[in-house]
Design a protein around this ligand. Sequence first.
Ligand SMILES: [Zn+2]
Length: 118
Amino acid sequence: MSDHRAILSEHLRDARALVDTLEWQRTAMVEASIASNADDEHDPEGATIAFERAQLDATIVEIRHRITELAAALSRVDDGTYGICIHCGLPIPPARLEARPSATAHVDCAPGAPAPPR
Ligand SMILES: [Zn+2]
């Protein structure tokens, strides 16, 4: 089980580094748009910047969500429930945990789950 902790910690570290980078990019983008006094409504470049910022925001939200999931998975390692399906209580196959370390359920048990990564 100590392997799971190492893997989850690594994913968590990567995700946090990524979110830091993206937030830095977002700050730089906002500052640049203030500096250039870009007008979202009349300046076509301003609209592009607004679009890029929205995309960046969505990515940041997604990665923050992943960080929450990974942190929750780590605490499941601590209390010994990591790798156990929250729906049926049976162990989740290692291949699924490898593909998705923060998985809390079997593919078939998770309601409305998207197709698992290959
Ligand atoms: Zn299950």
